[in-house]
Design a protein around this ligand. Structure first.
Ligand code: GLN
Length: 239
């Protein structure tokens, strides 16, 4: 039996910066290695939402790109919230991480209302947090990526951090934590792209999707030597 996994790539036209599309490619490759047949459906503003969704991926963008997708995202809020509550795994990077929170107030004072799937709030600040970043997570081990944002994000009690910052800034320059997680929804500032360098997170997304759709997950791949080398190279790079 072909085990299909439907991956929604959310707003690839407006929200794809620093190669966030690489997350879609890496996830497809990893899903195939685990024996699944991935099917990617791109959803841009105005597009229909597929009937069946197993994983949702979203990337980052400039404040202007966020402005272009925010209204469309709010129109889909109930659908996305219902999927999140049902355990659908999702990974939202940077600009969409901010819009999956309650709101993003840009540095010019414009308020973009988010969909509140993650219990976070973001304000555009004066300081740009930029460079390679390493975070530690109990579940995923060391997570390695690249951040570039002026958004300063604060977590409420409904989300837990994705990890503790070992090198870099993370959600803001004060708290020493990065990203947010509520159920199976992860938000993070880590570009890079994230998934090619962090197969443990791909496995989490695939595993949760497989358990939800097919009632189980038996991982078939373990080590990814290319990913390992990319991780080591990124870690050696100065911030
Ligand atoms: N505009 C947002 C910020 O700078 C998001 C940037 C991004 O997605 N890279 O905080």
């Amino acid at each position: 039996m072909v085990k299909e996994l439907v991956i929604v790539s959310l707003y690839p036209r407006d929200m794809n910066i620093y190669g966030d599309r690489g997350n879609v490619l890496a996830l497809q490759r990893r899903a195939r290695a685990h024996g699944f047949e991935p099917r990617v459906i791109e959803v841009n503003p105005g597009d229909p939402w597929p009937d069946r969704v197993d994983i949702v991926l979203g990337g980052g963008g400039q404040d202007s790109g966020q402005g272009r997708v925010a209204t469309d995202l709010r129109e889909r809020a109930e659908t996305i919230r219902a999927l999140a509550e049902d355990g659908t795994p999702m990974l939202m990077i940077c600009g969409l991480y901010q819009l999956f929170g309650h709101r993003f107030i840009t540095h010019t004072g414009e308020e973009l209302t988010g969909i509140g799937v993650l219990d976070v709030e973001t304000r555009g600040g004066e300081e740009r947090m930029i460079g390679n970043i390493v975070i530690e997570s109990a579940e995923f081990g060391e997570i390695i990526g690249y951040e570039n944002h002026s958004g300063d994000t604060v977590l409420g009690s409904g989300s837990t951090p994705l990890g503790r910052v070992a090198q870099g800034a993370g959600n803001n320059p004060r708290d020493g934590v990065e990203g947010a997680r509520t159920g199976n929804v992860i938000g993070s500032y880590l570009h890079g792209s994230l998934l090619p360098k962090n197969p443990a997170i791909s496995d989490f997304l695939i595993g949760e999707a497989a358990r939800r759709r097919y009632g189980g997950f038996e991982p078939r791949v373990e080590h990814d030597e290319t990913a390992e080398r990319a991780r080591q190279a990124a870690k050696r790079r100065p911030r």
